[in-house]
Design a protein around this ligand. Structure first.
Ligand code: ATP
Ligand code: MG
Length: 238
């Protein structure tokens, strides 16, 4: 079967290149990178700061385009679609938690979570969004605006928003980066609960070794390519 058309594959990338122009010439961020992520799998992408993790996640989710190579999401090729085409595939299949939240400043926490559901004509948008915010521990913050929320609270709104459309694939860039350990653990439990309950595919960028370990696989970004992390001997022998 052709890569990307196999329904058991949620995300596939083939020979990705990403080069951007920098002040002193061009900078290659990704080079000859390929990967396949099965439907329902949880995968951590790890690597040093500046190695290209956010760039890769943005390309896999159809937010950004590669310089060369192919990307398929849920069997659909997305790298040759225009912005509108990619926006449709994103709305139908993905949720995204940004490293820097990207909440809309003039909307309350509840309105931020509800927005895409309302645009999609979902009738119980308010109830569903309220439940999700309760689940991330923010029932007392529904009417707060982003600037009235702490970094960790904004992160939790962003996570509730990403779940709202019940995505097949959830991309999250450092989902616990702004959370204390206890809140981080709760959010991670929630990510994996949804992964189990709804067979959501999880693709996470993280610096947190404990989170990477909870994923089915961890891939390390090195010199523009992914290298599979070998689980340590103690875990393999369990
Ligand atoms: N549009 C761009 N133009 C120029 N340079 C860019 C652009 N996008 C990313 N870069 C550079 O590419 C490299 C990879 O960036 P990226 O944000 O993907 O790294 P990262 O692995 O997510 O880092 P961090 O862990 O700090 O979030 C960085 O050196 C960054 O400065
Ligand atoms: Mg990053």
């Amino acid at each position: 079967m052709t890569k990307g058309t196999d329904s058991s594959i949620a995300v596939s990338a083939d020979s990705l290149e990403k080069t951007v122009s920098a002040r002193d010439g061009s900078l290659t961020i990704l080079s000859g990178l390929s990967l396949q992520i099965k439907s329902g799998e949880s995968v951590a992408i790890i690597g040093t700061s500046g190695s290209g993790k956010s760039t890769l996640l943005g390309i896999l989710a159809g937010l950004d385009l590669p310089t060369a190579g192919e990307v398929h999401l849920s069997g659909k090729r997305i790298d040759h679609l225009d912005e509108d085409g990619r926006a449709r595939v994103r709305a139908d299949h993905t949720g995204f938690v940004f490293q820097s939240f990207h909440l809309l400043p003039n909307l309350t926490a509840l309105e931020n979570v509800m927005l895409s559901l309302e645009l999609a004509g979902v009738s119980d948008a308010r109830d569903r969004s309220t439940r999700l915010l309760e689940r991330v521990g923010l029932s007392e913050r529904l009417t707060h605006y982003p600037k009235q929320l702490s970094g960790g609270e904004q992160q939790r709104v962003a996570i509730a928003r990403a779940f709202a459309g019940q995505p097949d694939i959830l991309f999250a860039d450092e989902p616990t980066g702004n959370l204390d350990e206890k809140t981080g653990d709760k959010i991670v439990d929630l990510l994996f609960e949804v992964n189990r309950e709804q067979s959501t595919t999880l693709v996470l960028v993280t610096h947190d070794p404990a989170l990477a370990k909870r994923c089915d696989r961890a891939l390390r970004l090195v010199s523009g390519k992914l290298v599979e992390e070998v689980k340590d001997v103690a875990e393999v022998s369990q």
